[in-house]
Design a binder for this molecule. Structure first.
Ligand SMILES: *[C@@H]1O[C@H](CO)[C@@H](O)[C@H](O)[C@H]1NC(C)=O
Ligand SMILES: *[C@@H]1O[C@H](CO)[C@@H](O)[C@H](O)[C@H]1NC(C)=O
Ligand SMILES: *[C@@H]1O[C@H](CO)[C@@H](O)[C@H](O)[C@H]1NC(C)=O
Ligand SMILES: *[C@@H]1O[C@H](CO)[C@@H](O)[C@H](O)[C@H]1NC(C)=O
Ligand SMILES: *[C@@H]1O[C@H](CO)[C@@H](O)[C@H](O)[C@H]1NC(C)=O
Ligand SMILES: *[C@@H]1O[C@H](CO)[C@@H](O)[C@H](O)[C@H]1NC(C)=O
Ligand SMILES: *[C@@H]1O[C@H](CO)[C@@H](O)[C@H](O)[C@H]1NC(C)=O
Ligand SMILES: *[C@@H]1O[C@H](CO)[C@@H](O)[C@H](O)[C@H]1NC(C)=O
Ligand SMILES: *[C@@H]1O[C@H](CO)[C@@H](O)[C@H](O)[C@H]1NC(C)=O
Ligand SMILES: *[C@@H]1O[C@H](CO)[C@@H](O)[C@H](O)[C@H]1NC(C)=O
Ligand SMILES: *[C@@H]1O[C@H](CO)[C@@H](O)[C@H](O)[C@H]1NC(C)=O
Ligand SMILES: *[C@@H]1O[C@H](CO)[C@@H](O)[C@H](O)[C@H]1NC(C)=O
Length: 491
């Protein structure tokens, strides 16, 4: 499924025309016809084993590119060469430079035509639309010496993996407004394989860079593109406001691609993520707001975020996560019409003593869990800290979490809410839940230090930590054992 574009099929494209010329001059027509048929079969087979090149199959005429800004440029206007080998960093930089003068006139559009556009990291500018045509692929250069180092994110204090600076992102922006990245499903490909290998061999000295990172920016639209094989987190809006992400496909190998989260809204407000397909090597979406003492000091929450109509897969981690870095607080999150398939965990909140902050007013509605090992997870001992300077007395608050319309099949442990004496989970609600099980034993609805309620009947039967109400909201049975602990990580 995670087909990586390789020289295997690029070479015939470049060399066959020369052979064709040779054939024309030396062979008879019959031989030529047979050869063309054979070539077409092989070529067609090679194309069909690839995705992202559909435009070849429909002939050479690509879909016309719409004009979305008063001024539009073509990357080739700035010397871009889409051969997969020429470095296009300067072409992108010159284009961005030209567009940066157009703000007062409604901004500019940069069209990236079909082709493979290799580049080092570059910055966007305000009032800019980056349009990736059908068959356009921006390729991140693999050599890390081209990747600029940047100061750590203030709310993390560190690079995420190493002390000190971190690599910036392939496509980057700071203090911008009115940014659009869209297209006819063109691709930004981070060529992360080389980064994952170096990370696993521990030969990188700095934290890997994300694929697309926008910081301290607002009015952002990212739609109708494919992001794949990021070195690290794929799409990272950091301390941004008013972000819409729609019809985006995000792909990375589901194993062996460490930390390739799909989307990480981090200290962001007013975010809508909808109609996306995400299948990656870590969390598909992880809502964050900074790490321990650094996140507490920075103090920027993530709030008012809606996720809807997402289909996600995470074999290593979870479909939708909140945390574990949530020290600035996370609130007012709605997750609806979600499908999580063939994954380790469905929807997860993760935190630890030292984080501080809060996770509250979280609403999950209409979630389908299709062959997921653990469905609903709250984990309060995710003890991964930037350094010894964290304050163990800074305990997060977790409250007002609603699960409504949770369905599915092939789930091993539908619920594992592991609160603790220090971090009890408060005010959780379950309503309209029916999950088909793959492990028909007791203790699959696991709870510890949980206070809350079940409204109406649910399947499987809830843990005894929760109060029971009928469909009309009348109390049926009050729990006498909210602090009961029945957690088993072995099933
Ligand atoms: C966009 O491209 C990706 C990757 O090739 C593909 O999986 C997806 O189906 C495409 N989306 C649309 C809407 O064509
Ligand atoms: C962009 O440039 C390429 C190469 O010169 C050309 O084939 C293409 O038609 C141009 N596209 C637009 C929209 O001008
Ligand atoms: C991108 O912008 C940031 C912030 O202004 C700056 O530090 C960095 O040098 C820029 N990177 C490039 C490649 O121009
Ligand atoms: C990491 O640092 C060591 C020691 O300074 C150096 O030899 C090595 O080349 C660096 N590796 C990378 C990938 O930058
Ligand atoms: C949010 O951003 C979009 C796209 O730039 C813009 O049309 C809209 O007006 C912005 N909303 C607010 C409240 O500023
Ligand atoms: C994005 O794709 C969707 C679904 O194919 C389509 O409805 C929408 O118009 C597209 N948006 C843009 C900006 O092309
Ligand atoms: C929440 O964010 C959406 C954009 O996603 C915006 O339209 C809405 O006004 C915001 N609501 C509040 C209460 O700020
Ligand atoms: C839901 O998202 C998928 C992409 O994952 C898209 O193809 C479909 O059109 C979306 N459905 C609606 C109702 O927007
Ligand atoms: C969060 O939701 C509450 C209750 O609906 C509302 O009062 C508050 O303004 C919202 N906060 C944000 C930041 O959207
Ligand atoms: C629930 O979500 C599924 C999958 O996204 C969708 O097909 C269905 O229409 C949703 N149901 C409701 C009532 O919104
Ligand atoms: C609990 O969260 C819901 C959203 O899920 C919100 O509407 C409600 O106002 C919150 N309750 C309190 C007491 O804040
Ligand atoms: C349950 O634990 C909380 C602390 O998390 C404590 O305040 C409360 O008294 C305990 N309740 C019982 C009945 O032991």
């Amino acid at each position: 499924m995670v087909e990586i574009f390789s020289s295997r099929w690029r070479l015939p494209l470049q060399h066959h025309p020369r052979w064709l010329v040779g054939l024309l001059t030396t062979h008879r027509t019959l031989v030529l016809v047979l050869w063309i048929v054979g070539f077409a079969l092989v070529f067609g087979w090679q194309l069909s084993s690839m995705d992202g090149v559909a435009f070849f199959r429909r002939g050479p005429v690509a879909r016309p590119v719409p004009r979305l800004r008063p001024v539009a440029y073509n990357l080739t206007d700035f010397g871009g060469v889409g051969d997969g080998k020429t470095l296009n960093t300067e072409a992108f930089e010159r284009a961005v430079e030209a567009i940066s003068t157009l703000g007062a006139r409604g901004g500019g559009q940069l069209n990236v035509p079909p082709g493979f556009w290799l580049t080092a990291p570059f910055n966007l500018t305000s009032h800019m639309t980056l349009f990736l045509a059908e068959g356009a692929v921006i390729l991140g250069i693999e050599d890390e010496s081209y990747w600029q180092l940047m100061p750590p994110l203030p709310s993390y204090g560190y690079g995420r993996e190493h002390k000190g600076p971190r690599y910036g992102s392939l496509i980057h922006g700071q203090n911008l407004k009115d940014i659009v990245i869209t297209g006819h499903n063109g691709t930004i490909n981070g060529q992360g394989q080389v980064w994952w290998t170096k990370y696993k061999k521990r030969i990188l000295n700095y934290t890997r860079g994300p694929l697309v990172q926008l910081m301290w920016s607002k009015d952002i639209v990212i739609s109708n593109i494919t992001l794949r094989d990021s070195p690290f987190w794929t799409l990272h809006p950091y301390d941004c406001k008013n972000v819409t992400i729609s019809h985006v496909t995000i792909l990375a190998p589901v194993s062996g691609a460490p930390n390739t989260d799909g989307i990480d809204p981090d200290s962001c407000e007013d975010v809508l993520i909808e109609n996306c397909y995400i299948c990656v090597g870590d969390d598909a979406v992880a809502i964050k707001s900074g790490w321990d003492q650094y996140g507490i000091a920075y103090g920027r929450p993530s709030a008012n975020i809606t996720l809807r109509n997402l289909t996600v897969q995470s074999v290593v981690s979870a479909g939708i996560s909140i945390g574990s870095e949530m020290s600035g607080g996370v609130s007012n999150i709605t997750v609806e019409n979600l499908i999580v398939w063939e994954s380790r965990r469905g929807i997860r909140i993760k935190t630890a003593p030292g984080r501080g902050g809060y996770v509250r007013n979280i609403f999950y509605r209409n979630v389908t869990l299709d062959n997921v090992r653990v469905g609903i997870v709250i984990k309060t001992d995710y003890n991964e800290h930037p350094d010894e300077g964290f304050d163990p007395a800074a305990v997060p608050i977790i409250k007002n979490i609603t699960y409504s319309g949770i369905h599915g099949q092939g789930v091993r442990v539908p619920v594992r809410i592991d609160g603790s004496e220090e971090i009890p989970v408060k005010d959780v609600s379950f309503q309209d839940m029916s999950v088909g099980l793959s492990y028909k034993k007791k203790h699959i609805f696991q709870c510890s230090f949980v206070e809350g309620r079940v409204i109406g009947s649910i399947f499987p039967a809830p843990c005894e930590n929760l109060d029971l109400y009928d469909e009309q909201g009348r109390l049926v049975k009050r729990s006498l054992s909210q602090n009961n602990t029945d957690i088993d990580y072995d099933i």
